[in-house]
Design a protein around this ligand. Sequence first.
Ligand SMILES: Cc1ncc(COP(=O)(O)O)c(C=O)c1O
Length: 418
Amino acid sequence: MLGSNENLIHDVRAKFAHVDSCPYQGTRVFFENAGGALTLNSVAEKSQEMAAIPDNQGRDNPAAHELVRIIAKAKDDTKLFFNASGGQVFVGESGTELLFRLISAAILGAEKGGIVLGSTLEHPASRSACIRWADIAGKDYVSVPHNAETGSVTAEDYLPHISPDTRVATILHTSPVSGMAVDVGAIAKAIRNVAPDCYIIIDGIQHAAHGGIDIDSYGIDGYVISPYKAFSRHGYGLAWISDRFTQLPHDGLIGAPQAQWELGTRDTGAYATFSEVVAYFEWLGSQVTDSTDRRARIEAAGKAIHAHEKDLTDAMLFGIGNLKGLTEMPEVGVLCGAENPLREGLVSMTVKGMDAETLVSALRERGIRVHARKADHYSANILTPLGLEDCVRVSMCHYNSEQEVAQFLTAMQEIVAL
Ligand SMILES: Cc1ncc(COP(=O)(O)O)c(C=O)c1O
């Protein structure tokens, strides 16, 4: 969709910093979006503007009032982006820190006994937090085995492991290794049917850049993202929690309002940059729908992003013009099925007789930036069941172009012919 509209893809790319060149390497194709997406120019500008403001919130002066307004607006913008009519949004140190904070509060605040439920698909952030705090609270941790072939996990996979005493559950929205999405709403529903009071927390960190978050439809209590993976900057994480979750005991100053989950002075700049991200989604939506409704524009942007990313991954897998796709290169193995409808902009692959680090270097020498994933504490859960030591992750976003995929395939053809 975006790719077939030359003006639009041009306008989209113009909104991001360092689209086709790296200040340290020079010209390169950026296919390392799962490690950190490109930053919006508006985010970089807003960061600089806010970094220069010396004032603090909570004073009776125009600067302090403006900072409070910016934070309140960003919280509203983010709730719109998440489609969360209730609950609240707040920032923390990182996505990982917020997952630990939410998971520990849920486990310590839930009724005694029972189990904490997760899946083997999860990133170590949620898995580690669950195991650590379940142990401290005397609860058992149960891990649902994911489907290694599809690189995802379903409500049917969760079902046999859900018991009425499931106190806390975590669900990964999209895997950063397989690149496959999970039907969060279906799993949350399956959990609620058996354990209605369970606290359900979602790791949406890999999903956020791909659009289409709809918290109101999920029936959950917590959702966490890392904004640097969603076109903002490094240095903060963002969490949404439900009204019910807000009431849980949590770290905070004695005497402070119960609903306040932020710790210490808030970084107004962090909030302000996320308003820029939401404004970008609205702008993109305005290019692909006639609706002037803000949420309708955000949803339209999500659909356009998904459609364009599918075009890109299809081109990468099945070829473009007279270039062969990865599935036509006998030396290349594609993880979790080439025809996988759950794919979100990401292809993980192996090349026979070549380790992942060597392939990453060969692609770097040809101006393509990708990343190796090894069977370590980050990725062994996905790679070991597939009998793999490592893989190369090629991760795209909607600002990438078919021209860049063609450059990548040309490089791959050279490399496999070596
Ligand atoms: C799915 C997922 N969860 C958690 C994390 C950790 O995020 P951060 O390092 O931003 O805290 C990542 C980072 O790659 C991720 O992809």
